[in-house]
Write a protein that binds this ligand. Structure first.
Ligand code: PCA
Length: 330
């Protein structure tokens, strides 16, 4: 997003804010916003800033209250809660629902987009189709922010796929579970909010995730190695129940869209900053942090090829169109 676009958004917000304030301040409404990750996580921080932006931008006529850490709904329940109107708004890792629609997994195709820059291009290619899928599910997409790239965590040195056999692996979507299966590991799906306990009790002993989640959950208390394999950058999405969205007056919708633009911009930057910071913190707390060896990286790439093919088989022309648009933008 350019600076001019941001200036336009900011101007739009202050204009809409005064409109919204004069028009609706007599009918103050509160929307609860469930989020799955810890309050200190950068996605949650961006969500809290977004909520404040909307609350202030509407002059308090629409107050948004964030509930991080899965405290209102667990991660796996958030999307359904928004769709069915149990809450009006919420944030969720959509690839957690790729069983429901394989397109949600476009951001978890191994080695398709491995840098922040490429993740942004892939998002540009996927945004249109994803928005349509969500609308058909009674959801309006507000913004999306990437996690830092995904690396492998273990409690021992691992140099090849053979070293991974039989390890209990914490997954967070079906791509992560499939990767585990291909490597001969035993996947078990666990929300980020629960992983410190899962690692401490031995329910899981490995995972693929960002340095960010490892840092948020202090995984150095149980795990020892982080291999920065840069497999993909999954994304979180802020979504509104479509009927609730359509029920808002135009001024409030403008404020929300403007705040969403700022949140996406700020979220991208926070994610980039947090990536370096959290890897340094893992190392500072005693973990061995570095790239994977050549053999492991090559074996993972081969799994990536299998999984890309499988994803395209499931998504057909729609998936191919995203990949083609992405490749054309590179
Ligand atoms: N953290 C989330 C999803 C991706 C990431 O980096 C998690 O592990 O649940």
């Amino acid at each position: 997003m350019t600076k001019t676009t941001l200036t336009k958004i900011a101007t739009g917000i202050s204009l809409s804010a005064s409109l919204a304030m004069s028009a609706t301040s007599a009918f103050a409404e509160v929307w609860d916003l469930p989020m799955a990750y810890s309050a200190t996580n950068f996605h949650s921080a961006v969500g809290a800033e977004f909520a404040k932006c909307v609350t202030e931008g509407t002059g308090g006529s629409l107050e948004i209250k964030t509930h991080p850490g899965g405290s209102l709904f667990a991660g796996g329940e958030i999307k359904r809660a928004i769709q069915t109107g149990q809450v009006n708004i919420g944030e969720r890792l959509l690839s957690g629902h790729q069983n429901e629609n394989a397109l949600f997994g476009f951001d978890s195709v191994p080695f398709l987009a491995t840098s922040f820059e490429d993740s942004e291009k892939l998002w540009e290619a996927a945004k249109g189709p994803l928005t349509e899928v969500l609308e058909a599910q009674n959801l309006h997409l507000l913004y999306s922010v990437p996690w830092p790239s995904q690396g492998l965590y273990f409690k021992k040195e691992v140099n090849s796929v053979a070293d991974m056999k039989g390890i209990k692996f914490r997954s967070y979507n079906s791509a992560t579970a499939r990767l585990a299966e291909l490597a001969g590991m035993l996947p078990v799906q666990i929300e980020a909010a629960e992983i410190s306990q899962a690692f401490a009790t031995g329910v899981a002993e490995s995972m693929i995730s960002s340095g960010s989640t490892g840092y948020d959950r202090k995984v150095w208390e149980s795990l020892t190695h982080f291999y920065d394999v840069q497999a993909w950058l999954p994304r979180n999405y802020m979504m509104v129940n479509l009927e609730s969205w359509n029920g808002l007056d135009a001024g409030t919708r403008n404020v929300m869209t403007g705040c969403a633009g700022i949140a996406e911009y700020a979220g991208d930057w926070r994610s980039i900053e947090y990536a370096g910071f959290t890897l340094a913190k893992l190392a500072e707390n005693g973990m061995t942090v570095g790239p994977a060896g050549e053999q492991l990286q090559a074996e993972l790439k081969a799994f990536g090829e299998i999984m890309t093919k499988e994803w395209l088989e499931k998504t057909g022309d729609a998936g191919q169109a995203i990949i083609d648009a992405y490749n054309a933008s590179k």
